[in-house]
Design a protein around this ligand. Structure first.
Ligand SMILES: *Cc1c(COP(=O)(O)O)cnc(C)c1O
Length: 496
């Protein structure tokens, strides 16, 4: 018996198409009590010429097959997932209970307003909570992801400028930004202008002022992530936002890292005009294959008229869906967005309350700093500026000494049962390894993780080939990363 067989996880699994037997079925339909239809006559040339070649399997065969496959998955429900910049925190099960309540889960999106009052009320209540947490005046729940929230916010900025008879073209973005920032800006017809963050990893007012100076009246806005993708707090924020406002621009705040500042700092109080939340990061709704995202946009009063349509409003005692929004940028998502995620986030916020949310951020920062303090004894940390919810390390010394790189270390971590941290991001750090432990992990888990990295660094010194060949305990050994990304074979075919 192999070790895998003992744990019940087998790494050899024939595809479903190679299972079963002709005529086997997992269903038992009752006999036909209506006249049979001649399919080829009814469908004409659209009718199939040959059977579809579907698997013929029993229910237990199907069920066991997919449960076994699911056991190969890495998930937040099974292991530590310290993916930097992604806030992969545990998804509390009470959220799942709430989202599965029949009145929410089975509500048809075309249900008339007066029969969907509970759902509309939950959305409005969530909007109010998110507005308060951000220090903003309004929220639209429509965007289905953080990146779509960015696009939506930039569309609102553009609509605002146009309403003033202006069409400035440039959005300023520091080089530490998440790749979605320049992408959203470009997709929205803006020119993305990069500028360097300072040597301490944060944006310096002088650098921004110099960048803005050359742009004249073409400054449409600034996109800034705070805390930034290095886990550092942009301490000059009020100065930076004032510089942009002086040039007639607006400030877009990427709120993907709100987990670090909940109840401690509000973007709206430090000059941000519009921002997105990532409910699937900060507010524990599942992501990374676990569920759809949700990227609500929070905005100041001056942008209110431009928010996506429709908007839920309260008239008297009733919640109504208002489509009469002449200045709106229009719809960005079908119906109301990913409603199930809103119920989960609402549940989470209401369960924790203001004190609980503050504790979330305090513990997220404490955990990240604990990992930083311990891990910086084996890997150099990229910036000595005190960090918030995540910490970035570099392979500089390790590679020079042993030839082992960040990618090797990340792959070897899989053998130790940990999901690799984010690697080679942000781009401004050489061989970056970015760890975001989140508040949901215990000291024991963090210690086990640091011990694993420490062990791998020792292996790199003693037997570098072992680390360079990792992973060793997985179904597939190391993939050709370029081919896996560019020529993925994701579909079974008879010929292959
Ligand atoms: C995750 C993230 C995004 C994008 O969010 P998605 O929901 O993945 O589209 C944008 N900016 C930052 C800083 C992020 O961490």
């Amino acid at each position: 018996m192999t070790p895998e067989a003992v744990t019940g996880i087998q790494f050899e699994e024939a595809p479903i198409f190679e299972r079963g037997a002709p005529g086997r079925s997992g269903t038992s339909a009752s006999t036909l009590d209506v006249p049979p239809v001649d399919v080829s006559r009814a469908l004409g040339s659209l009718a199939r010429k040959a059977p579809a070649g579907l698997p013929e399997v029993s229910e237990p065969e199907v069920f066991r097959h997919f449960v076994r496959l699911s056991q190969w998955n890495f998930s937040i429900d099974t292991q530590f997932y310290p993916l930097g910049s992604c806030t992969m925190k545990y998804n509390p099960k009470v959220n799942e209970w709430a989202a599965r309540l029949e009145g929410f889960a089975k509500l048809h999106p075309h249900t008339p307003d007066h029969l969907a009052q509970g759902a509309l009320e939950v959305m409005v209540a969530l909007e109010c909570l998110l507005a308060e947490i951000a220090g903003m005046d309004g929220v639209s729940l429509q965007p289905a992801a953080g990146a779509q929230g960015e696009l939506t916010g930039l569309m609102m900025i553009r609509a605002f400028h146009e309403s003033q008879g202006r069409s400035p073209k440039k959005i300023f973005i520091p080089d530490s930004a998440h790749g979605t920032n320049p992408a959203s800006s470009t997709l929205n017809g803006y020119e993305s202008v990069g500028f360097p963050a300072g040597s301490a990893g944060v944006v310096e007012p002088e650098t921004l002022a110099r960048a803005l100076e050359g742009a004249g009246d073409a400054v449409a806005g600034l996109m800034l992530t705070n805390p930034n993708t290095l886990g550092l707090y942009e301490s000059a924020m009020p100065k930076l936002t004032a510089l942009v406002h002086d040039k007639g621009g607006l400030v877009y705040g990427d709120g993907a890292n709100m987990n670090a500042v909940l109840g401690r700092a509000r973007p709206g109080d430090i000059g941000v005009d519009v921002m997105q939340y990532n409910l699937h990061k900060t507010f524990t709704t599942p992501h990374g294959g676990g569920g759809p995202g949700s990227g609500p946009v929070a905005f100041k009063k001056k942008l209110e008229a431009f928010q996506p349509s429709p908007v839920i409003v309260k008239r008297g005692e009733l919640f109504r869906v208002d489509y009469d929004r002449p200045k709106s940028i229009g719809r960005v998502r079908s119906f109301f967005g990913n409603f199930g995620m809103m119920v989960r986030a609402y549940t989470y916020i209401r369960e924790l309350g203001p004190e609980g949310l503050r504790a979330v951020s305090d513990l997220a920062v404490l955990n990240a700093n604990y990992v930083a303090a311990r891990l910086s004894q084996v890997l150099p940390i990229a910036f000595s500026t005190p960090s918030l919810h995540e910490a970035v390390f570099t392979d500089r010394e390790l590679e020079a000494e042993t030839g082992v790189k960040t990618l090797d270390l990340a792959k070897r971590l899989i053998d130790y049962g940990f999901h690799p941290p984010t690697v080679y991001f942000p781009l401004v750090v050489r061989g970056a390894l970015m760890v975001e432990p989140t508040e949901t992990e215990t000291k024991q888990t963090l210690d086990a993780f640091v011990d694993a990295v420490t062990a791998i660094v020792s292996e790199a010194r003693a037997t570098p080939e072992l680390v360079k060949g990792a992973p060793h305990n997985t179904r597939h050994r190391r993939l050709d990363e370029a081919r896996a990304a560019r020529q993925p074979r994701l579909r079974w075919s008879r010929e292959a």
